[in-house]
Design a binder for this molecule. Structure first.
Ligand SMILES: [Zn+2]
Length: 343
């Protein structure tokens, strides 16, 4: 029988200090060339081992293979000039120096396919692989070529679809697209954001997920969250259309957030990765905290469609904190599993 409440993480896990500066987001690699390739593989093995030790059911590379969840992917594409940088406002929130689109974008070779194949060789457990979503990609660039956010998003969707098909062939079970931008640009999400996401998953047979969060626990995000008021109803703007889309899973921020849990009702029928671990706090959740979040979500998600998860990635946390949070996630899910099998 299929295990109820399979656990996973939304994305990144801390990197070992010999690979990149820990507790720092987007920190540069400490190795180069062949050493870097080997270092990333070793870190992937360690990260996988930690997930397995904690009893996480759907495992990932812990994003040991990338420095940044968007730019590492873009680095592999042609048409983008990384030397030519412009300052843009990311998700209407913080300024960042980003590369410029200077010509037609194209994927000349696979980006993460070898890494995914390597992960596949290490485990028989279901594996999930994260890619940036089209809308979040265009929001992390300056475009001097297409001069249309929508046009560029469609180009990226085509490129992501090529990559996703090869990830599927490499044995990935769930391909996840990270779309934090979905929480900000509601009109665009409804006009073309979800449509470009569907283009990215076109023709795939593996499961597909979209991760929509309120971001890492960095200051720009926590300051933004303070402006959102007592109830965070952003999901309400996009869920009706998302519910009708062909995406299989939706990964959400729930624990310690101000998102009213009943909004999940709007995507009834989808599998929901319920964020039951707060990644913006060093406080370790108790298994009972996790169980409580899962129980609340169970009012709006059928038990066979609920996937306990983290709110977002844990890269900026210490390894000890991240490990303890993984253990809490597992233990909390197990409490509810036992309750469900007893009833
Ligand atoms: Zn996230």
């Amino acid at each position: 029988m299929k295990k109820l409440l399979p656990t996973s993480t939304a994305g990144s896990l801390p990197k070992p200090s010999w690979l990149a500066q820990p507790e720092k987001l987007w920190s540069p690699w400490k190795l180069q060339g062949e050493e870097l390739i080997e270092g990333k593989q070793d870190a992937l093995r360690v990260s996988l081992g930690e997930q397995q030790l904690a009893g996480i059911d759907i495992v990932s590379d812990g994003e040991q293979t990338r420095q940044h969840f968007v730019t590492t992917f873009i680095e592999h594409l042609s048409g983008v000039d990384f030397e030519k940088r412009e300052t843009v406002k990311i998700r209407d929130r913080y300024d960042a120096s980003v590369p410029t689109v200077v010509g037609a974008v194209a994927r000349e070779k696979p980006v993460f396919v070898e890494d995914a194949r390597f992960l596949r060789q290490q485990t028989k457990a279901p594996i999930k692989w994260a890619l940036p979503g089209p809308m979040t990609m265009i929001d992390t660039l300056y475009d001097s070529h297409y001069k249309s956010r929508e046009k560029l998003a469609w180009e990226f969707a085509t490129i992501l679809n090529q990559e996703a098909k090869e990830l599927e062939a490499a044995g990935v079970d769930i391909i996840q697209f990270d779309e934090p931008a979905f929480n900000v640009f509601f009109d665009e999400v409804n006009d073309w954001g979800i449509a470009t996401l569907e283009k990215a998953i076109e023709g795939l047979n593996c499961e597909t997920a979209v991760h929509i969060c309120y971001g890492y626990g960095i200051k720009a995000n926590t300051d933004w969250k303070k402006t959102l008021g007592a109830e965070w109803r952003q999901y309400e703007e996009i869920f009706p259309k998302l519910q009708k889309s062909s995406i299989d899973l939706v990964s959400l921020e729930c624990h310690n957030s101000h998102v009213p849990m009943d909004l999940i009702e709007l995507i009834r029928g989808k599998k929901v990765m319920v964020g039951a671990i707060d990644v913006a706090s060093e406080t370790i959740e108790t298994p009972e905290d996790v169980a409580n979040t899962i129980r609340k979500a169970l009012q709006f998600v059928d038990a066979d469609k609920l996937y306990p998860c983290t709110n977002c990635g844990m890269a900026p946390l210490s390894r000890t904190v991240a490990r303890s949070k993984l253990n809490a996630l597992s233990a909390g899910a197990e409490i509810v599993r036992r309750e469900l099998s007893a009833s």
